[in-house]
Design a protein around this ligand. Structure first.
Ligand SMILES: Nc1ncnc2c1ncn2[C@@H]1O[C@H](COP(=O)(O)OP(=O)(O)OP(=O)(O)O)[C@@H](O)[C@H]1O
Length: 257
């Protein structure tokens, strides 16, 4: 992805965009999904969540997007514009790349000329210029994910929610998209809440990594990742990075037991 703006690291000291305090969620069928969740994501901060399968990570994202409601405690989302990227790119198969990226602007009633500028800028940012007329089935999995990112970028989100966006991709593509997302974050300075099962992906992308327990999920550990943004792909080979990844893995193992 290209980052036309400056890549000066943004300081994660803004006001809270998502806040959970002693939040609980029990689904109508009695499934206790989340227990006493305390979590804040501030402006310009990238936070990843790892945890055992079924511990409530996607539920946490759906709550942040306003798609679910907690059943006890306190929760607030102060973001004006929320982007949401899923593991499946969720593109409309009959629409071209351009028309897929246009979708959110159309739904939001963005005026046509403004929309055109936003679509062109988003496609340039994710490196998909020249593919505007392609249909989704003509693209690789990585390219479809870039279209999905571009679609949300047209909203200029101040909060970006990611639900395992790279999980279905091969490892090389996954790492490359991670690096590109990291550059995008450094350039644009949105806040990110990122769900993943990959410890190294979480560490590479984030200011902080939160570890959840098994269901009912609660946050049992928080690990700071103190490297500047944007991060070099070679960071993954540094001993300090390995040490932090080791701490997250250890914590995750405890959460599983
Ligand atoms: N609408 C629902 N009604 C009842 N239970 C639900 C509902 N949605 C999710 N659950 C349950 O809540 C728990 C948390 O689900 P969630 O999808 O948030 O977990 P997750 O951590 O994202 O899982 P994974 O890592 O496998 O994707 C699971 O036990 C799931 O079966």
């Amino acid at each position: 992805m290209n980052s036309p703006e400056s890549t000066t690291p943004r300081s994660p000291v803004g006001h809270p965009l998502v806040g959970f305090e002693h939040s609980e969620l029990v689904y109508p069928d009695g499934t206790h999904a989340l227990r006493d969740v305390n979590l804040t994501v501030r402006e310009g901060e990238f936070v990843s969540v790892v945890g055992p399968s079924g511990c409530g990570k996607s539920t946490l994202l759906r709550l942040s997007a306003g798609l679910e409601s907690i059943t006890d405690g306190y929760m607030q989302c102060g973001a004006d514009r929320v982007g949401y990227v899923f593991q499946d790119a969720t593109l409309l198969p009959w629409r071209t790349v351009w028309d897929n990226v246009a979708l959110f602007g159309e739904l939001d009633g963005v005026p046509r000329e403004d929309r055109k500028h936003r679509i062109a800028a988003a496609l340039a940012t994710v490196g998909l210029e020249g593919f505007e007329d392609h249909l989704p089935h003509m693209l690789s999995g990585g390219m479809r994910m870039r279209v999905s990112l571009a679609r949300s970028l047209t909203l200029d989100p101040d909060l970006f929610l990611f639900d395992e966006p790279f999980a279905a991709l091969d490892e090389i593509t996954r790492e490359r998209l991670g690096v590109e997302l990291n550059e995008l974050f450094a350039a644009k300075g949105f806040a990110g809440l990122f769900i993943t099962h990959s410890v190294s992906e979480a560490a590479f992308l984030s200011n902080r990594v939160l570890v959840m327990s098994g269901r009912p999920g609660t946050i049992v550990d928080e690990i700071e990742v103190p490297f500047d943004f944007p991060r070099s792909p070679d960071l993954r080979f540094e001993p300090e990075f390995a040490e932090i990844s080791g701490r997250i893995s250890h914590s995750l193992k405890e959460a599983h037991s």
